[in-house]
Structure formats: structure tokens, C-alpha cells
Write a protein that binds this ligand. Structure first.
Ligand SMILES: Cc1ncc(COP(=O)(O)O)c(C=O)c1O
Length: 445
């Protein structure tokens, strides 16, 4: 007789879409260090953030409540693609000849292509509620800009995107997708802002970085009354919105009668990783044995090679200071293909849990990740985003270790987005032009 464990694909019903987001602030061992004002260096209050964010999101940023209700109109929009499928990678397991069970949560089914829509819809909703007309944002690879442009179209909000220049050049179809959703896209650094002009003055060929693009978007929002700023990662409220991923996984695993032994997510600013992992953290704190692994690129290793201290979220130093693992806000990461992982810092919540030893971190080089992505495409059929390939490769490495040790571990990773618009990166890998960028990393000032 077939059992739940024989199944390949686990689909929950629309009524299983979580009714509340999970707020890990309620369960964090010890307080999260406060956010500091960039000039006074005093803890910021809600009024300091009000020029950039709606009060609904600011309150979520600091809320001590364990669960925060998801507004019904947001759940309605989630129904377009949630619950996302949980899939067992059986052919990959067979190829690796591993006793491990490998599951992945596939966030690439969202119309915009990645997990980013989970927070884009929520952020656009709370901005709309407070009458905001326009949102300015940054995007690395273009996944976040696409998601926010789509959410803006749904909620009637204009979206202006500063897209990291190297990605703007590498991924023209991402730009077109944002424009098809009605967004306006500028390559960053751009001559439109003082922050962009100052970078261009020193380095007209700057490839850009998420830190620069954030400076431009924040400046745009701060200098226009009708415009708010929207961030696709790093902040507490973004981590919060992404917990629908892990909450759905927990519900599916309960039905399967299983618990994951290893959780894996790629980490740029930390949001897809947090979304998968945070709902499982209380179980680990309660004593359940579980490895929780954030995977970053070797070319931008904030968690494994950075330092845990206060730093700005952007290059120009306009944003408040956050206590996080950072490579320094002036670090411009080399132009690797996983553009969404080219960020100098890491979410304060993820950083705190790494610092406490609840979460571990690993860094992988991009060629190994693309090798894993190719194996995954040829066994599971999914072309994953270059960012997600870091999680794929880490899962493969652990499944191979299981082969050596004979352990039948249950591995769960987040496949944060599809790579259909990243084929130039795959082409570079297949053509042997992709190398592992060796760069000098900054040292702690
Ligand atoms: C598909 C995908 N995965 C992961 C990331 C990294 O962001 P985060 O660490 O916030 O999930 C990005 C960022 O653009 C992305 O596009």
C-alpha cells in the first residue's frame, strides 16, 4: 500500500495558507541589539523610520508578538501561488546513491519567479493602506524588483527600481519583466541621485552593488514626499513575511510524520533562508537535533569571513546602523552571477542566531554551485536561480556525506527561485567562462 512517504509532491490546500506570520523576535534567546540612527548613533524610534516606511510595517519591525495576522487581501493574493509545493528530489537521491531523503520547497512557482513576492505583496499592501503612491527600491539580480513591480501593479502603486548595473547588463529580460509589470528601471549607480553620481565620479565603470542601489533608492524616497522605500531583505519585517515558507513546510512535514534533520537556504540578505528556517528554530531551541545552514557565496562571505558589529545597510551610509555580520558597507563584491547574494551584510536576526551558534554558515564557490545546479536540472528538471544553486549544492554535499556515513538524514532546502531569466549565467558555465572569483576581502576596521 502506498504511504505518505512514497509521495513525490506534497501540495497543501489553499485553506492551509498560514493565517499568521511567525515572529522569531518572541522566541529569540536574548534581545536583538537596537537599530542606531546613522548620525546620532542613538536607538531609532518609529518616528525616525516614518519618512521611509508605513507605520504598519514599522510596528511589525519591532513587534514582540509571536504571531502576526496576515491580512485577508494578502492571503487572497498569496492564493495565486501558495501553498508552494514541497517536492522530494527522488531522481537526485538515486543519482547520488544516498540514503538521505532530499526535499525542497519550490518558491519558483510564484508568478514573479521567486520567494520575493511573499514580502512584496505584504509591503505593497501596507503602503497602500497608508496612501503611499510610489515605492523606490533596489534590486540585485532583478527578482526582488520583479516581485515588487508585480505587487505594485496589483495594488495600484508606482514602482521605481535601481538595478545593480552588472545585473542590468547580464539580465536584460529581468529588466523587461519589471517593465512589463509597469515598473521603471535604472541601472545603478545612476546619475539620478547624489549617491550614484558620487560613485560614478570615482569609478565610471563601477559594476554597482546592492549597497549602492540601496543608497540610491533610499535617497529617492527621502527626497520625495509621495515616495516610500521598500527593501527586499535584511529587515525584521521582511524575514517575518517570508515565514509562510517554513510554516507551510512544517504543516506538510507533520502530515508526512517526518522532521527535517538538516535545513538549508542560500543567504544574500537572509530572507529566504529565514523564511524556511525561523519556524523550525523554536524546535531546535527546545532540544530537537537539527542542523540549520545558511549558504553564502565565497566571493561575498559576510557570515563566514565578516565581523559581527554595527554597520550601515548601504554604501553611502544613509541608512541606520544595524548589528550584523558585515564585510563593511563600502565593500563592492566581485561581479558573480548570483547577483542577489552580492550584499555586504546579513539580516540582524540571522546574524544574531549565527552568533549564538543556533545557525551555522558555509561559503561555496560559484562553479561548484553551477555544477550542482546542472545536476539538479538534469535529475529534477528545475533550472534554479544562481542564488538558489548555493542551497542545491550544499544539499548535494550533505547527501554525499550521508552516503559515506550511511545515515538516512532528511534534508530540506529552499529552492528560492527559478533561473529561466538567468540562462546567460548557465551559458557562461557551460562555455567554461565562469571562474571562481578570487578577491581580496576587507579586514575589520
Ligand atoms: C532567487 C533568489 N534567492 C535568494 C536571494 C537572496 O536574497 P535573500 O537572502 O534575502 O533570500 C535572491 C535575491 O535577490 C534571489 O533572487
Amino acid at each position: 500500500m502506498a504511504t505518505q512517504n512514497d509521495r513525490t509532491k506534497f501540495l497543501l490546500g489553499e485553506h492551509d495558507i498560514p493565517k499568521a506570520w511567525y515572529n522569531i523576535l518572541a522566541d529569540l534567546p536574548g534581545p536583538l541589539p537596537p537599530v542606531l540612527h546613522p548620525v546620532t548613533l542613538k536607538p531609532v524610534g518609529p518616528e525616525d523610520l516614518a519618512p521611509l516606511f508605513p507605520m504598519g510595517l514599522i510596528m511589525q519591525e519591532v513587534s514582540p508578538e509571536r504571531y502576526i495576522e496576515i491580512p485577508e487581501p494578502v492571503r487572497e493574493m498569496y492564493k495565486l501561488y501558495r501553498p508552494s509545493p514541497l517536492i522530494r528530489a527522488r531522481r537526485l537521491e538515486q543519482l547520488l546513491d544516498t540514503p538521505a531523503r532530499i526535499y525542497y520547497k519550490y518558491e519558483g512557482v510564484s508568478p514573479a519567479g521567486s520567494h520575493k513576492l511573499n514580502t512584496a505583496i505584504a509591503q505593497a499592501f501596507f503602503n497602500k493602506q497608508e496612501g503611499v503612491k510610489k515605492l523606490a527600491t533596489e534590486t540585485g539580480a532583478g527578482q526582488w524588483g520583479s516581485a515588487l513591480s508585480m505587487a505594485g501593479a496589483f495594488l495600484g502603486i508606482e514602482v521605481e527600481v535601481f538595478m545593480v548595473k552588472v545585473s542590468y547588463q547580464q539580465k536584460p529580460y529581468r529588466r523587461m519583466l519589471m517593465e512589463a509589470y509597469g515598473g521603471t528601471v535604472h541601472p545603478s549607480p545612476s546619475p539620478l541621485t547624489a549617491a550614484g553620481r558620487s560613485i560614478l565620479e570615482h569609478d565610471p565603470d563601477s559594476p554597482g552593488s546592492l549597497g549602492i542601489a540601496i543608497s540610491e533608492a533610499v535617497e529617492d524616497a527621502a527626497t520625495h514626499d509621495d515616495t516610500n522605500y521598500s527593501l527586499g531583505s535584511v529587515l525584521n519585517h521582511v524575514m517575518l513575511h517570508q515565514t509562510v515558507i517554513g510554516l507551510e513546510c512544517k504543516a506538510a512535514f507533520r502530515k508526512l510524520g517526518l522532521a527535517p534533520d538538516v535545513l538549508i537556504g542560500c543567504a544574500g540578505g537572509g530572507s529566504n533562508f529565514a523564511g524556511l528556517a525561523f519556524p523550525f528554530v523554536p524546535d531546535k531551541l527546545d532540544g530537537q537535533k537539527m542542523r540549520i545552514i545558511a549558504v553564502e557565496p565565497e566571493a561575498c562571505p559576510s557570515l563566514t569571513r565578516g565581523w559581527y558589529d554595527y554597520d550601515h545597510g548601504d554604501v553611502a551610509g544613509m541608512t541606520p546602523k544595524l548589528k550584523m555580520y558585515t564585510l563593511g558597507h563600502t565593500f563592492i563584491p566581485p561581479a558573480i552571477h548570483a547577483g542577489g547574494l552580492r550584499y555586504h551584510g546579513m539580516a540582524p536576526l540571522v546574524s544574531k542566531l549565527v552568533n549564538l551558534g543556533v545557525i551555522e554558515a558555509m561559503a561555496l564557490p560559484q562553479t561548484a554551485c553551477f555544477e550542482g545546479a546542472m545536476l539538479f536540472a538534469q535529475t529534477e528538471g528545475v533550472i534554479c536561480a544562481p542564488e538558489s544553486s548555493h542551497a542545491v549544492r550544499a544539499a548535494i554535499n550533505i547527501a554525499r556525506e550521508c552516503k559515506q556515513t550511511g545515515e538516512a538524514k532528511t534534508i530540506l532546502f529552499n529552492l528560492s527561485g527559478h533561473g529561466h531569466l538567468d540562462m546567460s549565467a548557465y551559458q557562461a558555465y557551460m562555455g567554461g567562462q565562469l571562474t571562481d572569483v578570487v578577491c581580496e576581502l576587507p579586514t575589520r576596521p
